[in-house]
Design a protein around this ligand. Structure first.
Ligand code: NAD
Length: 515
């Protein structure tokens, strides 16, 4: 009997012992910076000439590591390894598969601060953000292992006399896991292990900016006893390896998390039938967001301001759930805006290995350029209240930026920026605020700050997002507590960390026996 699931607690770094533990983790990471990592195909380690180089976004000179880069030929080899391994892995007992996840969780928990420090170095995550990413990875392992144990015997169906009916969930086949850089451990690990624990075999293509933490995770899964060929590690270019695998006839499903544009490309390509393909591919796609915090006039305005600041600027706004729009009812607009600017001006920013820095960088040069160009657009569309500056001489630092008085139709209020920029717009009343909140093609997260019960109910019915929060910020979903996924162009609403998630990786089989 396994213990009930409980999410991994966050570390309190004010405790000296925890602070030291993180610094020890950092030393460990520093001891292996710059190393080379191989592809893993059918358990075999393969080196290629061409490498993907991972850099520290806070110090562009520092190489985190170099991974071998798959091409189409190696992707094909990995596909064949996964097809072969599926023949046996699908028959391995669910309890045994779940055990691999439990062991992997234990290994990562033991090396928790090392993983967090690696996230600090490779993705620019300040301590608390890195700690939350590692905790979430542990949660996915613990939660999905238990979910597998829950569904392993199928669901009861009726049987008539002399009849024995069963309704079981069986795996799908080979899955392609394509993950983003912004939760380079949690989302990469969560999407991978959900597919594996349900009896599928996978090809993992991590984001090219954060492949080292993925390589370390693959090592953990091997150490936890995962047989060769179940998890094949194929970092590579999205356009080359990604397209090739999405189109492949042996691909049974794709689990993608990333931007809207890449998600839609995969949606379209995966619907075309390749020669020899005998199924319709399944797509799980979790995409972008344009997430809003609505502030009512009857509300705790300090809570509103702190929620906006934390949701907009945590990890430099690089969360699909980040608050990039604040829609405030006109009666309290100035008060909330001014307090947000005040709090924003108090945020500390700099190298994320320094515990005192609340914020660090954006991920790379192209993210830097994109966010800075949105800041220029913002200056045309609204009033710059604070921030607006960047410095990419050493790393990709952009000041937390607040724009006021934007029209709900402004580009800044409609397009995903994915950086430390929040735009304010004024609503006439609460109904108008919900209308504005809904005027985007996305539908991922949202929050409402209000003390009005009726308005809470109204938002519950009308604010069209997959994750809606009341009287708190719009980031920070916890596995098993707030299953996560969005509507409309935010994706297929797969609800990662939720009770139905594993079933997306399975198909139901009815058997009926007469005796
Ligand atoms: P991205 O779309 O640029 O890349 C995601 C992954 O897709 C990477 O591994 C990339 O190499 C790969 N890729 C690129 N082109 C491809 C192709 N043609 N075929 C197959 N794969 C391809 O996204 P990103 O910049 O890594 O991540 C940020 C985005 O992810 C944001 O839009 C964010 O909102 C979104 N996101 C969504 C969620 C969610 O749960 N909804 C969570 C995290 C991030």
């Amino acid at each position: 009997m396994v213990q009930a699931y409980r999410h991994e607690p966050f570390t309190d770094f004010k405790v000296e012992e925890n602070r030291q533990a993180y610094l020890t983790g950092l030393k460990t990471v520093e001891s292996y910076l710059g190393q080379d990592y191989d592809l893993v195909i059918g358990g075999e380690r393969i080196k290629t000439e061409e490498k993907i180089v991972s850099y520290n976004p806070a110090n562009k000179e520092e190489v985190i590591g170099r991974v071998s880069k798959a091409n189409q030929e190696l992707a094909e080899k990995a596909m064949q390894a996964a097809v072969e391994a599926f023949k046996t892995w699908r028959k391995v007992k669910p309890e045994t598969r779940a055990d691999v996840l439990f062991k992997a969780a234990a290994i990562i928990r033991r090396r928790k601060h090392e993983f967090s420090a690696l996230l600090t170095k490779e993705a620019g995550k300040p301590w608390n953000e890195a700690d939350a990413d590692t905790a979430e990875a542990i949660d996915f392992l613990e939660y999905y292992a238990r979910q597998m144990l829950r569904i392993k015997d199928g669901v009861p169906v009726n049987s008539r006399p002399n009849e024995f009916n069963r309704y079981d969930y069986i795996p799908l086949g080979v899955g392609i896991i394509i993950s983003p850089w912004n939760f380079p451990l949690a989302i990469m690990a969560g999407t991978t292990v959900a597919a594996i624990v349900t009896g599928n075999t996978v090809l993992l293509k991590p984001a090219s900016t954060t492949p080292i933490v993925a390589a370390k995770f693959v090592e953990v899964m091997e150490e936890a006893g995962l047989p060769a060929g179940v998890l094949n590690f194929v970092p590579g270019s999205g356009a080359e390896v990604g397209d090739y695998l999405v189109d492949h006839k042996d691909t049974r499903f794709i689990s993608f998390t990333g931007s809207r544009d890449v998600g839609l490309r995969i949606f379209e390509r995966s619907s075309k039938i390749s020669e020899g393909q005998i199924w319709m591919k399944r797509l799980i796609a979790e995409m972008g967001g344009k997430d809003t915090i609505v502030v009512d006039k009857e509300a705790d305005l300090e809570l509103a301001a702190t929620s906006i600041v934390a949701s907009a600027f945590g990890f430099s706004g690089q969360k699909c759930s980040a608050c990039s729009r604040a829609v405030v009812v006109e009666d309290v607009y100035d008060q909330v805006l001014n307090r947000v600017v005040e709090l924003t001006n108090q945020l500390t920013q700099g190298d994320p290995t320094d515990q005192n820095n609340y914020m660090a960088t954006v991920i790379d040069q192209s993210a830097y350029n994109k966010v800075m160009s949105y800041i220029e657009i913002g200056k045309q569309e609204g009033k710059l209240m604070t921030g607006g500056e960047g410095d990419d001489s050493k790393g990709y630092f952009i000041k937390p930026t607040v724009f006021a008085d934007l029209s709900p139709e402004a580009r800044l209020m409609k397009e995903e920026i994915f950086g430390p920029v929040v735009g304010f717009t004024k609503a006439k009343d609460f109904d108008n605020a919900i209308e504005i909140a809904n005027n985007t093609e996305y539908g991922l997260t949202g929050a409402v700050i209000t003390n009005n019960r009726e308005n809470i109910q109204k938002a519950r019915e009308d604010f069209h997002v997959g994750n809606l929060y009341f009287n708190r910020g719009c980031t920070g979903a916890i596995v098993g507590y707030q299953p996560f996924g969005g509507f409309n162009m935010s994706g297929t609403d797969s609800k990662a960390g939720g009770p139905d998630y594993l079933l997306l990786h399975m198909q139901a089989k009815t058997t009926s026996e007469m005796y």
